[in-house]
Ligand binder design. Structure first.
Ligand code: UD1
Ligand code: CA
Length: 458
C-alpha cells in the first residue's frame, strides 16, 4: 500500500506563523501523529504533500530519526484542491499497490479503523464516512435507492436535498493507484470553488464499474480535523481523555481523569495514584504503588515502587529509587539519581548528583554535581558551590555524614565518612572522616547598641 498525507493547506484560521500541521497535540506535531499511524500500517511508501511556505514542515521531520519507511515529500504550490494535491504525489506511488489518502491535520484516526476501510475496499475504492447530526461544511455521501454509493457532493455544490444528507465524507479514502492516475487526469474544476476535487473520483469509479464501498470508524472524533485553535484544544482533550480512560482500566487511581496531561508515554505499575493537574512528558515509568501529588510536572523520569511525590514537584531526566519521599516543592534536574528511602523536601534542588539510600535533604538546599553516600543528612540551607564562574566541580559527601544547616561546600571538596559540618560552615578543604569541621565566625555582642532611625521627612 502507498500512503499519501495531504498537508499543504494553509491553516489560515490558526492565525499562526507556525504551519498548522506542526502545531502540537499531546506534545507532538499533528503531522507526527499521522505519520505514526501511517507507519503502523506498514505501507510500501509514504508521501507527504506539503505546501507553499511549508519548508519548515519538511525540515522538522527530516531532522528526526529515520523511520522504517522512507518518507518522500511532494510540494504543492499553488494549491488547487485535494485532487490537485494528490496529483503531486503520483510520481512517488507504486502503481501496483492501493493508495490510502490521509490528512496531516486529522491526527486521531485509529489504525484499526483504517485497516477496516482497507479491507472493505479490496481492490476497489473505499471511503471512510460518518453520520453527523450537523453535517454542515462537509462533502455529502450520495447513495442510490439501493444504498449504493454513487458520488460525493461538496456542501457548496449541493442541492438543498443533498445538504440534508447526514452521512459525510471524512476525506479518508483508499483507491487502486493505476486507476487513481487515470481519474485524476479526467478531473475538472468546474465547481463552486474552482478546485480539483479528489472527491470527484468517486463518480468516475462508479462510471468505470469499480466497486465503491464505505466503512465507519469506531468513533467520530477519529476523523475530526484541526482548522482552528479551538478544534485543536478539543482534540487535545479527546486524546487526553482516552489516555486517562486507559490508565483507569489499567488500574491507576486518577483523582480526576479530566485533569491529567500525558505528552509522551506513561508506564505504570499496580496501584499507582495520580492527583489532579499533573503533566507527564517524554517517557515516564512508575513502579508499583507510586503516588503523585497534585500539580507535578514529570519529564523522562523513572520512579520506583512505593515512592511518594508530594504536591508541586518538578522532575526532569531523573531516576528515583524505591520508597522515596519527594516534595512538596522539590526539583530534580537532569542526572539526579536517588537511591532507596531518600527524602528530598521543600525547595530542594538536585542536579547531576547521586544520593545514596536513606539520605535526606529536607529543606531549602542546592545539591549539584555531588555524590552523596548513604545515611547522610543534609541540613537546611546547604549549598554545593559547584561553579567557580568558569567550570563545575564535584562535591563528595561520604556515608553517614551530617551537614549542618547553612553549610557551603566549596567544590571540589570531599567530606569524609561520618564527619559533621557545623552550622554555617564554609568548607573549602577536604574533611577527614570521623570529626567535626567548623569555620569560626566569632559572636560579638554590643550592649545597648542603637538601631538607626529614619530621618523625619521635611
Ligand atoms: C474536504 C473534502 C470533503 C470532506 C472534508 C473532510 C474535497 C474536495 N472535499 O473538504 O468532502 O468532507 O474534506 O474534512 O476533498 N489540501 C491540500 N491541498 C489543497 C487543498 C487541501 O493539501 O490544495 C489538504 C488540506 O491541508 C487538508 C485537506 O487537504 O488537510 C482537506 O482540505 P480542506 O480544504 O480542508 O477540504 P474541505 O474543503 O474541508
Ligand atoms: Ca477541512
Amino acid at each position: 500500500m502507498n500512503i499519501v498525507i495531504l498537508a499543504a493547506g494553509q491553516g489560515k484560521r490558526m492565525h499562526s506563523d507556525l504551519p498548522k500541521v506542526l502545531h502540537p497535540l499531546a506534545g507532538r506535531a499533528l503531522l507526527s501523529h499521522v505519520l505514526a499511524t501511517a507507519h503502523a500500517l506498514t505501507p510500501e511508501s509514504i508521501c507527504v504533500v506539503y505546501g507553499h511556505g511549508g519548508e519548515a514542515v519538511r525540515q522538522h521531520f527530516e531532522k528526526m530519526s529515520p523511520p522504517d519507511v522512507a518518507v518522500s515529500w511532494a510540494r504543492q504550490a499553488p494549491q488547487f484542491g485535494t485532487g490537485h494535491a494528490v496529483m503531486q504525489a503520483l510520481p512517488h506511488l507504486k502503481a501496483a499497490a492501493q493508495t490510502l489518502i490521509l490528512y496531516g491535520d486529522v491526527p486521531l484516526t485509529r489504525v484499526e479503523s483504517l485497516q477496516r476501510l482497507v479491507a472493505v475496499a479490496g481492490a476497489g475504492l473505499g471511503i471512510l464516512t460518518v453520520e453527523l447530526e450537523d453535517p454542515a461544511g462537509y462533502g455529502r455521501i450520495v447513495r442510490d435507492p439501493a444504498g449504493r454509493l454513487v458520488r460525493i457532493v461538496e456542501q457548496k455544490d449541493a442541492t438543498p436535498a443533498e445538504r440534508a444528507i447526514t452521512e459525510i465524507n471524512t476525506g479518508i479514502m483508499v483507491l487502486p493507484t493505476a486507476r487513481l492516475r487515470a481519474w485524476l487526469d479526467r478531473l475538472g474544476n468546474n465547481n463552486a470553488q474552482k478546485e480539483y476535487y479528489l472527491t470527484d473520483v468517486v463518480a468516475l469509479a462508479v462510471a468505470d464499474g469499480v466497486p465503491v464501498n464505505s466503512a465507519k470508524p469506531d468513533a467520530a472524533w477519529e476523523t475530526l480535523g484541526v482548522n482552528s485553535r479551538s478544534q485543536l484544544a478539543e482534540l487535545e482533550r479527546t486524546f487526553q481523555r482516552n489516555l486517562a480512560s486507559q490508565l483507569l482500566e489499567d488500574g491507576v487511581t486518577l483523582a480526576d481523569p479530566a485533569r491529567i496531561d500525558i505528552r509522551g508515554t506513561l508506564a505504570v505499575g499496580r496501584d499507582c495514584s495520580i492527583d489532579v493537574n499533573c503533566v507527564f512528558e517524554g517517557n515516564v515509568a512508575l513502579g508499583d504503588s507510586v503516588s503523585i501529588g497534585p500539580h507535578c510536572v514529570i519529564k523522562n523520569v523513572s520512579i520506583a515502587a512505593g515512592t511518594r511525590i508530594e504536591a508541586f514537584c518538578h522532575l526532569e531526566d531523573a531516576e528515583v529509587g524505591e520508597r522515596c519521599r519527594i516534595g512538596p516543592y522539590a526539583r530534580l534536574r537532569p542526572a539526579a539519581v536517588l537511591g532507596e528511602d531518600v527524602h528530598i523536601g521543600n525547595f530542594v534542588e538536585v542536579k547531576a548528583s547521586r544520593i545514596g539510600d536513606r539520605s535526606k535533604a529536607n529543606h531549602l538546599s542546592y545539591v549539584g554535581d555531588a555524590s552523596v553516600g548513604k545515611d547522610v543528612n543534609i541540613g537546611a540551607g546547604t549549598i554545593t558551590c559547584n561553579y567557580d564562574g568558569a567550570n563545575k566541580h564535584r562535591t563528595i559527601i561520604e556515608d553517614e555524614v551530617h551537614i549542618g544547616s547553612d553549610t557551603q561546600l566549596v567544590a571540589p571538596v570531599t567530606i569524609g565518612k561520618g564527619s559533621t559540618t557545623a552550622a554555617g560552615a564554609t568548607v573549602y578543604k577536604d574533611v577527614p572522616p570521623g570529626g567535626l569541621v567548623l569555620t569560626k565566625a566569632e559572636q560579638v555582642f554590643k550592649p545597648g547598641w542603637q538601631r538607626p532611625v529614619k530621618k523625619p521627612k521635611k
